[in-house]
Design a protein around this ligand. Structure first.
Ligand code: IVH
Length: 696
């Protein structure tokens, strides 16, 4: 970004011309083709730069300046509708400081230091619409367009669920333009993209583009197929205003049968405004739809009237944008990691960048095909996305910024850790190292898995220590863990020790007698282990904690299970609901490998695997039911609730589908609750769940 303070007038004029072109091009891609190529953050940056330069050289403001426009002119295919009351935009702010300034500015303008009421409304990330009613009948609908003229989308609006075609309320104004946002929920967006993928159509970049692309269809039949939703948050032309404030309006709108956002709040002072901002920011990922910030509006219409408008935006409202969760940075390198089962996973090392308040320096690239599909090359500038706690991902390459001479990335055909061939089996997305446990990376990952929380859960053996111990030859396989104490040797001042030349972990840098003793204690306490944990700890491909529990339930003891597997008897295995042929094959192959059998034999020298006693209550009302938990529970943790449900014979699933029997909803539940509602799945509150299982 150029330094504005050193910009000559001539350079400023050039820069403004460049920005006008760039922003217009981006607007066209965004508004007319629903296919943006700049991230929101990049776009905001360009707009901001334009405004800053214009502020310094007001006489250079161009006739086609982006600061004079809202959106882009409408596509010609649609009929046009002129808005009697223009559809305006809002000024953006990005920090609590600016927010405080805004509130102070309003007070100053009104010449008061009393607290002023504001509504705080989630800023829906969709596209705005205006729906006109005459005598209670929906007569026309329009997009915002450039604010003055929009596209006629009457037929399309009519097929969106939730928008009344007729309003009979006695106090509904004779002429009433309802305005709000059309959007697509995240669940519907993902479903649509899945379908597009199957049909080899280009997927939409995000729910907003999907909503825009679906709404602006000349054939309303297509709009109807795509699931769109809408909310009302303001009005345009109206024959009689009978409400005195925004909050009163929102209440009335709801009474008239229009959807309004349940998260709208009325705030009485700056503290409450900030609170609502933080609340929404924190719960953003759980919402069923995307929001990109909060809109604050002075509540009183009388005060709104006094405050009035600036050129394109009201003085009584502002949009507080959330930090961008996307950013652009460069790929310095592509590394290939080797996992426990030999899977090669490519990772991008990035020029570190701040994405939505968190520094990001790596992103996952998933697999070979993903790199090819997106044509990601070392040295490329890419759009990075972070959402909630998922690992940052590379969304796309910014081709405009690609340096010449960057070579297409070639995925290694040998393991970067051990040099063995890396092969791809038919129908598999991943390439795997064939080195097995002679590959140090696989051996290390297996030990890490063995000591992990859901497996042996050995505290004191973190990833770094496992790596160190492996590289120094202290631990070569999981069984070695149980001889650590014996090999450690007595203390050096212990003259009677038979093993003074031992490992002496207590002498390692950063260790001491206490930490070594604690580790030995932790290991000792795991010498008796439950069957599901033991099976899971082996690290068989595809066998997670839930599958291990199923196996334990069905086989009862480890000996029984292993015997059946060794003779290749999988009849019972494949009859288990949740275990298929492919998984059964992975399991039997695991038990065919000599090395695995040797380690298991050694482990069984030190470890006692408890037989599995099935304490499941098959007579409980949850027995055989599939349940999904969502939101925050008050009385117990999610893990407890899950364990409880399992012990009552339920299956606990991670996502809602047609076969879900109950969704148990805690507070601030998000898309799962919405999906349950859409599918007609029974939703239970935490209380109802507790009383169903007889705990209330
Ligand atoms: S009020 C004059 N309220 O944000 C005020 N807008 O940058 C008109 N938006 O064009 C807008 N949620 O597309 C308002 N609760 C909300 C909103 C909202 C989303 C969008 C809308 C508008 C843009 C303003």
């Amino acid at each position: 970004m150029p330094d504005i303070s050193t910009l000559s007038k001539e350079q400023a004029a050039q820069e403004l011309e460049r920005l006008a072109k760039e922003i217009a091009k981006s607007d066209e891609a965004y508004y007319q083709h629903d296919d943006p190529y700049l991230t929101d953050a990049e776009y905001d940056r360009l707009k901001h730069l334009n405004e800053e330069i214009e502020k310094k050289y007001p006489d250079l403001v161009r006739a086609d300046s982006p600061s004079k426009r809202v959106g882009a002119p409408v596509k010609s295919d649609f009929k046009k509708i002129t808005h009697k009351v223009p559809m305006l935009s809002l000024a953006d702010i990005f920090s609590e400081e600016e927010l405080a300034d805004f509130v102070k500015g309003v007070q100053k303008f009104l010449n008061t230091d009393k607290d002023i009421e504001f509504t705080a409304e989630p800023k829906m990330d969709g596209l705005s619409f205006s729906a006109r009613y005459e005598n209670g009948i929906l007569v026309s609908g329009a997009t915002r367009g450039d604010g003055k003229t929009g596209e006629d989308i009457t037929d399309n609006l009519k097929v969106i669920k939730g928008l009344p075609h007729k309003v009979e309320a006695a106090d509904f104004p004779q002429v009433m333009e309802m305005r709000g946002e059309v959007y697509m929920s995240k669940a519907d967006f993902f479903a649509l993209n899945e379908k597009n993928k199957e049909e080899n159509k280009k997927p939409f970049a995000n729910p907003r583009n999907a909503a825009a692309g679906s709404l602006r269809q000349l054939d309303a039949g297509i709009t109807k197929e795509r699931k769109l939703s809408l909310l009302v948050y303001t009005w345009g032309e109206v024959s009689k205003v009978s409400w005195k404030s925004q909050s009163e309006f929102l209440k009335k709108v709801e009474e008239w049968g229009f959807p309004v956002n349940p998260y709208n709040r009325l705030c009485h002072n700056l503290g409450e405004i900030i609170e609502s901002y933080e609340n929404l920011l924190n719960n953003r990922a759980d919402l069923a739809y995307d929001i990109d910030g909060i809109v604050y509006k002075v509540n009183s219409l009388e005060l709104q009237a006094r405050l009035g408008f600036l050129t394109r935006t009201p003085r009584w409202a502002i949009a507080h944008k959330f930090p961008a969760e996307q950013a652009v940075t460069r790929i310095d390198n592509i590394r290939v990691q080797v996992g426990r089962t030999g899977a090669l996973t490519p990772v991008a090392d990035l020029e570190p960048i701040n994405v939505g308040g968190v520094m990001v320096s790596h992103a996952t690239l998933h697999n070979e095909d993903e790199i090819k599909r997106k044509d990601i090359r070392i040295g490329d500038y890419v759009v990075i996305q972070r959402a909630g706690d998922v690992i940052p991902q590379v969304v796309s390459v910014v081709l405009e910024k690609r340096a010449s001479g960057l070579k297409e990335y070639e995925f290694p055909k040998t393991c970067p850790e051990c040099g063995a061939h890396a092969i791809r089996e038919e129908d598999e997305a991943v390439r795997r190292c064939t080195g097995g446990l002679s590959c140090p990376a696989q051996a290390i990952e297996r030990i890490k898995h063995f000591v992990s929380r859901e497996a042996f859960n050995i505290e004191g053996l973190g990833s770094k220590i496992v790596e160190e111990f492996f590289n120094e030859g202290i631990l070569q396989n999981p069984a070695d863990i149980f001889t650590l104490e014996e090999r450690n040797g007595g203390q050096e001042d212990d003259l009677f020790s038979s093993n003074r030349d031992g490992l002496h972990l207590e002498n390692r840098e950063g260790w001491g007698k206490k930490s070594a003793d604690n580790l030995f204690k932790a290991i000792k306490s795991r010498k008796e282990i439950s069957l599901p944990r033991f099976i899971y700890a082996l690290g068989i491909r595809q066998v997670g904690a839930a599958t291990s529990l199923l196996i334990a339930k069905n086989y009862g003891s480890f000996n029984n299970f292993m015997e059946k597997m060794r003779i290749g008897d999988t009849e019972k295995l494949v009859s288990i609901d949740g275990i298929g042929e492919a998984m059964a094959k992975d399991i039997t192959e695991f038990f065919k490998e000599e090395h695995n059998l040797r380690i298991i034999a050694k482990l069984l020298d030190y470890v006692k695997v408890e037989d599995f006693e099935d304490t499941t209550d098959y007579n409980s009302p949850l027995s055989g039911k599939t349940v999904v938990f969502t939101g925050t529970l008050e009385q117990m943790t999610r893990a407890e609730a899950k364990a409880k449900a399992l012990s009552l014979g339920a299956k606990v699933a991670g996502s809602v589908s047609g076969s879900t029997d109950y969704v148990i909803m805690g507070s601030s539940a998000g898309s799962k609750a919405q999906k349950a509602q859409d599918l007609g799945v029974k939703i239970l509150s935490e209380e109802e769940f507790l009383s169903l299982i007889g705990q209330r």
